[in-house]
Design a protein around this ligand. Structure first.
Ligand SMILES: [Mg+2]
Length: 163
């Protein structure tokens, strides 16, 4: 099973940063860098490492800012990668996708489980999309994933498409 996490409003408190919106509109990546974690990160890291050990794959699917230029997109991507490295240093993500604002997350990832604070993203995803408050509950209920041949093929396709 592939398990995907949104960042802003899901694991990172972007919207809790004072003046986050005018700063993003001004092409300032600072709010992404200084956003506080929304969950207990040591617990999340432990659960993610455990999920991977049980055969699941974990990924980030996060939008760039609505304000977009090549330079700003690069700065936002760097800020998000740095945030993940700072707050979840022990987690080895199978994929980190930082994609254009508004991208359909299901199309971009191929599906699985999604944690996302936005109604629209969960609706587009359909089944197996959850609000951030369900993260620990859902992760703790995951079972070991059996790699049947069709799943291996699917995972290879997934990896090659993302590497
Ligand atoms: Mg979000």
């Amino acid at each position: 099973m592939k398990i995907w996490f949104d960042m802003d409003g899901t694991i990172a408190d972007l919207y809790g940063v004072e003046n986050w919106l005018p700063m993003l509109r001004n092409s300032d990546p600072t709010p992404y860098a200084i956003a506080a974690p929304l969950l207990h990160m040591a617990t999340l890291a432990r659960m993610l490492n455990r999920a991977q050990a049980a055969g699941h794959e974990i990924g980030i699917i996060s939008w760039l800012s609505k304000t977009s230029t090549p330079d700003y997109d690069e700065a936002v991507t760097a800020a998000k990668l740095a945030w993940l490295a700072q707050h979840l240093p022990s987690v080895k993500w199978d994929a980190v996708l930082i994609v254009a604002y508004g991208t359909n997350k299901k199309t971009a990832t191929g599906g699985g489980v999604l944690f996302d604070d936005e109604d629209r993203n969960r609706t587009e995803w359909g089944e197996d999309a959850y609000t951030p408050d369900r993260i620990f509950k859902v992760l703790s209920s995951l079972r070991a994933y059996r790699h049947r041949p069709e799943n291996v093929k699917e995972m290879l396709r997934w990896k090659s498409g993302l590497s």
